[in-house]
Structure formats: structure tokens, C-alpha cells
Write a protein that binds this ligand. Structure first.
Ligand SMILES: *[C@@H]1O[C@H](CO)[C@@H](O)[C@H](O)[C@H]1NC(C)=O
Length: 401
């Protein structure tokens, strides 16, 4: 565990040196191939944002088990967490993963990919090699990317509303979008927040202790060094390391588990190791350092607010010394929260704070199993019964099914 933390900066430096911006998706088993390998139809769509990012959306338009391509299939958008991508809703296979469960329940399932991850690494206006490419964080993913995906899906499907489910950062961007652009509430039929993250006063994860004060304060050396770069880039080196330590029968299995631990820090009692190993093949999937820095800022400030650029720049950008808060009372769409006791990143007390601020929240569900942690929402053996079935059930309720 400790070793991994000491190694991380070295890995980061090495991986930067070896970062290959031309890395092609041909080498990767992509989400659409994964979907087809499970027997389902798959489509690939591209959405270009107003600032030029080309985002890849994967789609399971219907289920081959239902043969329902000519029936009404309400759209659902699934949005991944930090360092992740659309594979996170597929890796436990048709019997357990949310994307397939929804397809089999008769929905038109769309899988989003945020700017900067392996599937969304292009911009019509800025080169991937230019630091400006990485000048964004989850504020832009929420206000620009998710908005663009929603508009695209509604246009393609000719529906006026869709259902949304997000994990971790996928919940943050939902809250950012609906508080900053409240007109989008009308486009959400229901929202499902798995391991919701907005406040970080009580995070138990080592990540906060080790990096929080260093990186989360504007103007520190670490902050200057890291701003506008790619954080843990997806490339062959980082990937092979992860893959080798997590491959089945690997002598480094404990490193793999501890790697998960470092971020989730909640134990691995529930983990489906096969699923985790598949997931590792396309993770960490690439994100801007600013996304991580912004989260650490929340941990230091105890506020859910916009990126802190330091007083001088804040005045220029926001017209005030401190960044403005996200106004969660503006989230009026029907929203369900699913959180767990053993979440070291976005734990129960921080969920209490969030729930208190979300005055229009429809449901505050707490997973009853004590050991369930942050990553269990995407890799646990028991996530179907404990979480995914509930989500499908709630969405069915809204559709009168
Ligand atoms: C674990 O993951 C594997 C690989 O996707 C999948 O085939 C299996 O059904 C999963 N098992 C459970 C109980 O989630």
C-alpha cells in the first residue's frame, strides 16, 4: 500500500515521458466490441461540443433477447466516474451490469464518455498535445459535455426527456449541470446517483491526506506543476503495469487489490475480481489534472463550488474573491441517491450534507450492506441485487412498467 503511494509520482513522471498521443483505439477492446461480444447490438455516435471536443457515445439500442427494435424504448444515459469510461457499466457482463439490465428491461441505453478519456480524446480546434486541451475540469464536463450528450440523444430518439444514471464523478457532473443550467431539469425524467459526490468533509481515503493540502490549495508548487495536464494518462506503460499486476493468477494480485484500495479504500470483500481485471484493461482512462485538483479543493474548502484559481484570477473570472457555490436547490428533476456506509471517498456524513442541500431530492437510499464501498457500485458481485435492480425498478416506475 505505502509502496504504491511512493511509486505513484514516479509512475506519473514515467508515463508522461512515454505518453503517446497517437495511441490508437485499435489496440483496445472498445465498448461497442464488448457489447457485441455479449450478443447485443451496438452503435457508436460522436457528439461535438461547442468548444470542439469530440465525445464518443456508445449505444445499446435494444436487446436481442426482446427483439424490441420496433417498440417504444425510452432513452437512458449512463455516465462514468473519474479516471473511468463507458466500460464501467459493461464489465460485469449481461447478468449484472447496469447497461445490460436496462437494455433487457426495454430501454435504449446510451453510454457517455467525458472529454479527455480514451474514447473522447479529440478536439476539432485544439491539438491533444497542447496544454489547452487539458484546460477543463468536471465543471465543463457537466455544463458542456453532459448537456451536449442529452441534446444529441433527445434529438436522435425524438424523446423529450431521458433517464440518467451516473457513478461518482458522473453524479457530480449531473449536479453541476442542473444547478448551473437549470433549464436541463426539464429534460431529465429521472436521475440516479450512484455513490454521489459533492462534499468531502469526512473522506477517509488516503488520497485526501496525502495529496489534499499539497495540491488542493491554489498557488502551491504542486498545484502550479499539475494544472492543465493529463492526470494518469491512458498509455501502454501505465496500462501494462496495471494489467500485469491484475491479470488472473498474477503474483501481484495484492498490489492490484491495493491499487483499488488506494482510491476506494474500503476493502474488497464484495469485489468481482474478473470484472475488475476486465476494467483495468481500459483504466485509468485519462482525465485532466484539474478534475482531481478541483475535488481536492472541495475537500479543503468543505464547499461544493467552482474551481478556485486564487484570488486574483477568481476576481477576473467570477467577479469575487472566492469561487461561487453550486446552488443545489436548483436541482429539481426527480432524483434518487444510492450511497453506502463504507464509501471512503464520498461517505455517509458527506451524503447527509448533500441530501440536506438537495431540497427536492426524491429518495435517499442507503445500501444496507455495511462493507459496500465506492467502487462496489461498478465491480461488486452483489451490485445487481443491492443497487442495479433498484435503479431499473425506479425507472420502470416512471415509465408505468
Ligand atoms: C463477474 O464478472 C464477470 C466478468 O464480466 C461476469 O461474467 C460475472 O457474471 C460477474 N459475476 C458477478 C456475480 O457479478
Amino acid at each position: 500500500m505505502r509502496v504504491l503511494i511512493y511509486l505513484l509520482p514516479v509512475l506519473l513522471a514515467l508515463s508522461q515521458a512515454h505518453a503517446d498521443p497517437k495511441l490508437s483505439l485499435r489496440d483496445i477492446f472498445t465498448s461497442d466490441e464488448r457489447i457485441r461480444s455479449h450478443g447485443y447490438p451496438a452503435e457508436v455516435h460522436e457528439v461535438v461540443t461547442k468548444d470542439g471536443y469530440v465525445l464518443k457515445l456508445f449505444r445499446i439500442p435494444y436487446s436481442h433477447k426482446l427483439n424490441n427494435e420496433n417498440e417504444k424504448r425510452p432513452p437512458v444515459l449512463l455516465q462514468h466516474g473519474l479516471f473511468s469510461n463507458s466500460d464501467c457499466f459493461l464489465c460485469s457482463g449481461p447478468d449484472n451490469s447496469l447497461a445490460y439490465l436496462l437494455a433487457d428491461a426495454g430501454y435504449d441505453v446510451w453510454l457517455g464518455n467525458a472529454r479527455g478519456n480514451i474514447y473522447s480524446r479529440a478536439n476539432k480546434l485544439i491539438s491533444l498535445k497542447h496544454p489547452k486541451f487539458w484546460h477543463f475540469d468536471w465543471h465543463e464536463i457537466g455544463t458542456i459535455d453532459i448537456a451536449a450528450m442529452i441534446d444529441y440523444i433527445l434529438d436522435e430518439t425524438q424523446y423529450e426527456q431521458l433517464h440518467y444514471a451516473g457513478h461518482s464523478q458522473g453524479t457530480t457532473v449531473y449536479l453541476v449541470l442542473l444547478s448551473e443550467r437549470p433549464e436541463y431539469n426539464a429534460k431529465i425524467k429521472s436521475g440516479h446517483l450512484l455513490a454521489p459526490c459533492a462534499f468531502f468533509d469526512h473522506g477517509r481515503s488516503a488520497v485526501f491526506r496525502w495529496f489534499g493540502p499539497l495540491v488542493g490549495t491554489p498557488g502551491t508548487v504542486w498545484n502550479q506543476l499539475l494544472v492543465d495536464t493529463e492526470l494518469i494518462p491512458y498509455n501502454n506503460l501505465v496500462n501494462r503495469l496495471a494489467d500485469n499486476s491484475c491479470g488472473s493468477g498474477s503474483p501481484y494480485e495484492s498490489i492490484c487489490k491495493n491499487g483499488f484500495l488506494m482510491f476506494a479504500n474500503g476493502g474488497y470483500e464484495n469485489i468481482n475480481l474478473t470484472s475488475a481485471q476486465l476494467l483495468i484493461e481500459t483504466h485509468p482512462a485519462g482525465s485532466s489534472s484539474n478534475q482531481g485538483i478541483h475535488y481536492l479543493q472541495l475537500a479543503s474548502s468543505h464547499e461544493f463550488r467552482q474551481y478556485d484559481w486564487g484570488t486574483k484570477k477568481n476576481r477576473e473570472i467570477y467577479g469575487q474573491d472566492l469561487p461561487p457555490d453550486y446552488d443545489l436547490s436548483k436541482v429539481t428533476a426527480k432524483t434518487h441517491s444510492y450511497s453506502s456506509q463504507n464509501d471512503a471517498l464520498c461517505g455517509p456524513q458527506d451524503v447527509d450534507t448533500l441530501v440536506a442541500e438537495l431540497i427536492h431530492l426524491t429518495e435517499d437510499h442507503r445500501v444496507p450492506l455495511e462493507s459496500f464501498n465506492h467502487l462496489d457500485f461498478i465491480v461488486a458481485r452483489n451490485m445487481k441485487e443491492l443497487v442495479n435492480d433498484l435503479v431499473v425498478d425506479r425507472i420502470n416506475g416512471y415509465e408505468g412498467r
